[in-house]
Design a protein around this ligand. Structure first.
Ligand SMILES: [Fe+2]
Length: 456
């Protein structure tokens, strides 16, 4: 045990410590306070990565970085902090940190980076596993990633197949009959898992031997599988829920990239990144809208992914004080300005000469229209609103409800679905979404379809 490399944490806040421990089931974590003497002493077992809290106890950022660098010249040094004041990522990196993260916003990125770096820095001695849903896995099919299952009783991962091998049939049967619905893939092999899942989805949609209904059913059930990952125990915390949504996003991206003419996807991600837009919201909506489209057989997933990325691009053109407010906190005048953002998104797309299909423009323009005619910008009523816009609106709503916003509670995915379910009302004046579409969408979520119990 003791020759295993450890992770060194320096002066972390308890909630950050929790996130890190949660990620690293079996890694030895050595914790020291932020104190110069302690920083200069040897720790045992030797660390392979250092995570530090923000500088304190009379240390400046530069001094902290230099002290750590002197002691650990070769190691990845991460700085993690949860207060905005004094957080300048660029400065921390300039001082010698490998990277710096501000929580809770950067949690997903931190988890991903940590998994990668730990696996690399420990030469594979430390393994980080990610829970996944493996779509349509069969016993004959070799998988190009390793799989494991997790035994909660003794908190151990047990390898179920090597990279390049198929999963054993008896194990698959056991997994199906037990409640164990996740398998685990080593973090460094996740890319292979994304490509596998995307290929499965593509194959399902194009299989010549399947009828249109069979294709739709199969896709719906796979999307249901993917979405159910957001509702499992592993996704109980906001951070892991977001990590799972990000995994779905990688699958969607891989799905699109396997199609023709996929260059635009990365190009648009780059545009959003360089503009500093709220990428996590755009990315989440894009993922959800593409999944909803696949699961319901409405529109093209690639169009919906594109609409998701671009739907709020116009918000960045609004005055700064409006951008940071939630619509319900705006003054009537501010709200009037905010309501122009769908049109501003369209203008921005034209201005940047981003070429998108007409239906994508329509969905973006109509993403705040409501079925009862009370939406904006045009107050369209009923089926005048295109289905693609309604799917986009539902993805937007789901992400809005489950996102972490300063000063307001966020809903868990299950609570968000309950919220959507309550929107199915009989009073026509209160209907926000096309009733049949909302009903079908809810079947993609766990609990949405009545599960057959037993045959009498
Ligand atoms: Fe919007």
């Amino acid at each position: 045990m003791s020759n295993k490399p450890s992770l060194l944490t320096v002066g972390l806040e308890p909630d950050i410590e929790r996130i890190i421990n949660d990620l690293l089931e079996k890694t030895e974590v050595v914790t020291i306070p932020m104190d110069v003497d302690q920083l200069m002493s040897e720790v045992s077992p030797p660390p392979c990565l250092v995570i530090s809290g923000p500088p304190k106890e009379g240390l400046s950022g530069a001094e902290l970085a230099q002290t750590l660098r002197m002691q650990y010249p070769e190691l990845p040094l991460f700085l993690v902090c949860n207060a905005k004041s004094g957080f300048e990522r660029k400065d921390f990196i300039k001082n010698g940190f490998t990277d710096a993260f501000l929580l809770p916003m950067d949690t997903t990125t931190l988890r991903a980076k940590l998994s990668d770096e730990l696996a690399k820095a420990s030469n594979g001695t430390i393994r980080v596993f990610r829970p996944v849903k493996i779509l349509d896995v069969t016993a004959e099919e070799p998988l190009d990633f390793e799989t494991s299952i997790f035994m909660p009783v003794n908190k151990r991962y047990i390898k179920t197949s090597n990279k390049g091998d198929a999963v054993d049939q008896s194990l698959l049967t056991k997994l199906k009959s037990s409640k164990m619905n996740s398998m685990y893939v080593p973090a460094e092999q996740m890319q292979n898992f994304y490509s596998y899942s995307a290929k499965k989805l593509r194959d399902m949609g194009s299989k010549a031997t399947l009828s249109a209904t069979e294709k739709r059913d199969k896709l719906a059930s796979s999307v249901r599988d993917l979405i159910s990952g957001l509702f499992t125990e592993e996704a109980a915390s906001f951070e892991s829920g977001q990590a799972m949504l990000k995994d779905c996003g990688e699958i969607v991206k891989s799905y699109i990239v396997q199609g023709e003419d996929a260059e635009w996807y990365s190009r648009i991600q780059a545009i959003l990144g360089e503009r500093g837009d709220n990428y996590s919201h755009a990315g989440n909506v894009s993922t959800l809208a593409a999944l909803f489209s696949m699961g319901l057989g409405i529109g093209k997933p690639e169009d919906m992914a594109l609409a998701g990325l671009l739907h709020d691009i116009g918000i960045a053109e609004l005055p700064g004080e409006i951008q940071i407010k939630a619509p319900e906190d705006m003054t009537p005048q501010e709200l009037e300005i905010y309501k122009k953002h769908p049109e501003m998104s369209i203008n921005m797309i034209k201005l940047r000469k981003i070429i998108v299909p007409e239906i994508v423009m329509k969905a973006i323009l109509q993403h705040h229209e409501l079925y009862n005619g009370q939406g904006y910008p045009n107050g369209y009523f009923g089926d005048r609103i295109c289905k693609e816009a309604q799917i986009l609106a539902l993805a937007d709503k789901f992400d809005y409800l489950t996102c972490l916003k300063e000063g307001r509670p966020y809903l868990s995915p299950s609570e968000a679905i309950e919220h959507l379910r309550r929107l199915q009302v009989d009073d026509p004046s209160k209907i926000h979404y096309q009733p049949d579409l909302l009903k079908r969408l809810l079947t993609l979520f766990p609990g949405g379809i009545p599960t057959p119990t037993h045959n009498p």
